[in-house]
Design a binder for this molecule. Structure first.
Ligand SMILES: [Zn+2]
Length: 125
């Protein structure tokens, strides 16, 4: 599961690690252009957004408190800097966390990932 998560973090196919996982910013490809692994089985749903909010909140909230108590900046400067920081960190994390979640689902054979090999392993009749 760990290599699949790292490949997902790099936004690469969890199977081969070289094909791009996403097309555009967040859309997962139907299949990998390099190894033809089916990727459309993923059900990331709200998971990446939830994790992004969780991480950005826990990183930025203490930072905001520390920054304010240490430097006492003008509120408008403070709001501008941390708004841009929160948005930038969210935009950075969201596709990477989506890749990780797709990687976990692929590694755990969830939601139809690996169905073809299950069918192949099942004895006929
Ligand atoms: Zn691939």
């Amino acid at each position: 599961m760990r290599p699949a998560m790292l490949r997902g973090w790099r936004r690469r196919c969890p199977n081969c690690g070289s094909g791009p996982l996403l097309t555009g910013y967040l859309t997962v490809r139907d299949d990998c252009p390099v190894c033809n692994e089916e990727l459309h089985h993923h059900r990331a749903d709200d998971g990446p957004a939830y994790l992004t909010i969780l991480i950005v909140g826990h990183v930025m909230a203490p930072l905001i408190l520390w920054f304010f108590t240490t430097f006492r900046p003008d509120p408008l400067v403070m709001a501008s800097v941390f708004s841009v920081g929160c948005v930038a960190l969210s935009l950075y994390l969201l596709p990477r966390l989506k890749g990780m979640i797709v990687g976990i689902q692929w590694a755990k054979r969830m939601h139809g990932f690996g169905r073809a090999e299950q069918v192949a392993r099942t004895p006929a009749g």
